[in-house]
Design a protein around this ligand. Sequence first.
Ligand code: WTA
Length: 645
Amino acid sequence: MYYPYQITSMQQYQEAYKKSIEDPEGFWGAIAENFFWRKKWDKVLQWNFSEPKTEWFINAKLNITENCIDRHLATMADKPAIIWEPNNPEERTRTVTYARLHKRVCQFAQVLKNNGVKKGDRVCIYMGMVPELAYAVLGCARIGAIHSVVFGGFSAQSIADRLEDANVEYIVTCDGAYRGAKDIPLKSIIDDALIGNKTVKRVIVYTRTRTPISMIKGRDVWWEDEMLYAEEQLEKNGTLDFPAQEMDAEDPLFILYTSGSTGKPKGVVHSSAGYMLWTNYTFVNVFQYKPGDVFFCTADIGWITGHSYIVYGPLSAGATSLMFEGIPTWPDAGRFWDIVDKYKVNTLYTAPTAIRSLMSYGLDPIKGKDLSSLKVLGTVGEPINEEAWHWYDENIGKKKCPIVDTWWQTETGGILISNFAGITPSRPGWATLPMPGVQPLLLNEHGTPANDPEGENIASGNLCMAAPWPGIFRTTYGDHERYKSNYFAAYPGLYFTGDGALKDAEGFYRITGRVDDVLNVSGHRIGTAEVENAINMHAGVVESAVVGFPHDVKGQGIYAYVIMSHKHGDDEQSKKDILQTVTRVIGSIAKPDKIQFVNGLPKTRSGKIMRRILRKIAEGETKNLGDTTTLLDPGVVDEIQQGKL
Ligand code: WTA
């Protein structure tokens, strides 16, 4: 496959960028010609950020799976679409060709149909990183159902909330999942999530760990039985094809829940056509994909990075996507390097937290591993510190591989700011330049644009976007008002990202981190309000306040200040009880790293917690806590400082 829209020089980037801003409809209309449409659009773009409403490729019809699978069959049927590396390196690996992927996705679409799933229905997918997870996602897309993948680290309570929010009737899960030395009992967590649930009609269970599980008559069915039956049905039709549902360009493709500054995660909704275009275009350009490359994105499909750069981006480009079930440090810290060596990986896309964690094991795990196949390295999820950047560059890329620092969000669908590997300049710690069609703007807290930088001068402000790109999310599920108030109200007429950024005179951006009450722990987004709600559910807790603090490996750690009315046992036992409560309510990813018991929290006279002060104390600041004169009781600050962990 040839990519006429691949940018291959700085000059081409500049020209493309200019054209995309002056004539977005002409620019994206031409790119869209490279996809397979059942019917083309009447108009490329219609938008209004004050409503807010964005529509791309109006009245066009397509199915994303025909673009990710069917259109490759004529020339690439035997090419690996997915290479799967299991958790345990001793276990058999699997290579799924495009022909096999087509067959499995069609079979699974038939399974969904047999179980009553229709276009527009919501299907919750709670699985480990097995190829069947990709089949499930694509099977939903083929039949036009909206998938809502929930990461395997979330608790039963979190799943229950997500099932209710989207009125889910169907679930696809596994008996269990392997993650390093652990087995995670996914089906039993689903069983807990379904206590009291009245909407779920069917649970399809794929066998991975063969842990004993309960199978409820009339509700739970085995994946293997269903797939076999579907295969027989498709064979009877004389073709193994399951005709793809025709979708409108704007029909929702999926929901993915993410944390915000309120206590309740929101269901980010992505469209069919715009999302497809965006994941494909950014994949081909940022990573400078060349036919035949093996692309290894280490994320989990439970997060947006896995959706966009394990499934939709690479497959729509006809690439080979490597899917890894395990973790970077098991059975040892050489796992990634073994995989790169074994499959001759060309592009490695991972998170700064993984790099920092692997750095701490020194260079021994890299010794003897052939990393010479690597051409491009990428990072995503959080700002990368220079030390980690240089370690990655020197020891993994051997100073020969460009590193792309890709900034984006669940809401943006794909990468918005990044260098293009080997094409546009890179600079450690800087995401650098916007993609074509992306118009960043920095605003100060009063809503006025930060001055454009000149010479040594660097502008700083809150990062906004002035216009839509095709991959922008279209709403928050079931609550468009929330979409508006969360993202389009702080700066009317603009999309506000929640991040702060710097911009230099060359127009390069450096992302400095969240400016709202969202933490970024090991590249995962966690709202402080969500963690506080979970802590407050513990019986002895009166009140709590959660802030982030710098953490060597995780980027940010979670620091909780907790007031307890009564403790059952000593402080250590009480802390463990609180951690257990958070694990139950959200999942182990939200467990605080530090819990400090306090007698009071710094509050203003109107009762608002002064998090700024708590944040400074957690960061280890001892003197400059800022203005404390507006506090109701300035005395609590001394007490908190003395008890700092
Ligand atoms: C942060 C992940 C600095 C940022 C794709 C953003 C980054 C949040 C970078 C989104 C980067 C992501 N440099 N910060 N290259 N990439 N972030 O929704 O704060 O899980 O708002 O999407 O991660 O996290 P999310």
